[in-house]
Design a protein around this ligand. Structure first.
Ligand code: SF4
Ligand code: SF4
Length: 349
């Protein structure tokens, strides 16, 4: 629905009595965050239901696909739902602070943009466009710009940008790389670290999994259960990402470079991605990394794209078992010793 079909309405927070106007081009979420009211957030487009908030009165125009009819009598999703008119009273606690809360969005550094249009093509929310008034790399006319109000913060554009002109304000490239590095090296138990340094071939296999918001809970549960199986000579580590499509080739490569023997991306089933196509784009990247592994003399079996249905623990367990079995045949990654070297440096762009 376009913003021209939206009407202005107001929200009142029951705990404080604060009243705010929600203009046609803003969402309840925007207004709440701007005024310091924090609600949990994931997809920002009405598909996950994470931001569901209880309302006490009002004529709500429900626009999500997450809530059931019975839930809608009590809750609304503040990211997309609105009021037909008048006022909606929200049952929210007082804000922790009066400072605005930062939402995840993409930001373009125009002087690094080559106006390739990748971000415009990848963004299924229409948030990216080329502004001919801006100056791109080498003084070319035109550079990308992101509409902060429409951006859901999925990160697909950042992963697709060939020049690194797009950075996320939250879940930055460096923060993802830092999480990979920390999980792969610093979180290794002391005994295993000593074994890995002295004799990499004898250390437990290390599997790194990138998990999107929908697959996150299932992935952590399966990996938690695996870590309790004392007989399993495998260590799994999970990197949480805002969408599987946020995972770019540098991040996948860095997982190997920092010591993983195998890497899995856990994203939604085709057609189920919160951000429409993120899981399809990363599937292509995983194929490219398999080719890269081949080119480096490693084995392509070390990387796997898992299309997961949330809650399907059995399929993920089986896929992990298959991956570790194949990796076990390949043996520990030769990059592992380098990862434990004190001179190892992180991958930045
Ligand atoms: S993908 Fe990157 S380089 Fe290409 S238009 Fe967008 S910001 Fe510019
Ligand atoms: S972060 Fe996602 S929604 Fe925002 S501009 Fe990039 S692709 Fe579009």
């Amino acid at each position: 629905m376009s913003t021209s079909e939206n009407t202005t309405f107001s929200i009142r927070v029951s705990s404080t009595g604060d009243i705010f106007e929600v203009p046609a081009n803003r969402t309840i979420l925007h207004v709440l965050f701007e005024n310091g009211y924090e609600v949990p957030l994931d997809c920002s487009n009405g598909r996950c239901g994470t931001c569901r908030t209880r309302y006490l009165s009002g004529e709500v125009d429900h626009r999500d696909t997450a809530l059931s009819e019975s839930e809608r009598s009590e809750f609304l999703t503040v990211c997309v739902s609105r009021a037909h008119a008048g006022e909606v009273v929200l049952d929210l606690p007082p804000p922790q602070s009066t400072q605005p809360i930062e939402r995840p969005i993409a930001v373009v550094e125009a002087p690094v943009c080559v106006a390739c249009l990748n971000c415009v093509r990848f963004c299924t929310f229409g948030a990216a466009r080329i502004d001919n008034e801006l100056t791109g790399v080498g003084g070319i006319q035109g550079a990308a710009v992101i509409d902060a109000d429409t951006c859901t913060g999925c990160g697909l554009c950042a992963a697709a940008c060939p020049t690194g002109a797009i950075e996320m304000n939250i879940s930055t490239h460096d923060s993802v790389i830092g999480a990979i590095h920390t999980l792969n090296t610093e979180s290794v138990p002391t005994r295993n670290k000593e074994v890995a340094e002295a004799s990499p071939a004898e250390a437990p296999l290390s599997v790194m999994i990138f998990a999107c918001p929908q697959c996150r809970e299932t992935t952590h549960e399966v990996c938690g259960a695996k870590s309790e199986q004392i007989s399993t000579n495998v260590q799994t580590r999970v990197v949480d990402v805002p969408c599987s499509g946020r995972v770019d080739t540098l991040q996948l490569m860095h997982a190997f470079e920092s010591g993983a023997d195998a890497v899995m991306v856990a994203g939604c089933q085709p057609g189920e991605c919160f951000f429409n196509t993120g899981n399809l784009h990363v599937t292509q990247r995983v194929k490219r990394i398999a080719d890269w592994l081949d080119g480096c003399g490693l084995e392509r079996d070390r990387v796997h794209m898992m299309h997961l249905t949330p809650g399907d623990h059995d399929s993920l367990t089986n896929a992990l078992d298959d991956l570790t079995k194949r990796t076990g045949i390949c043996g520990p990654s030769p990059l592992r010793r380098a990862a434990f070297s004190p001179t190892q440096a992180s991958t930045s762009r």
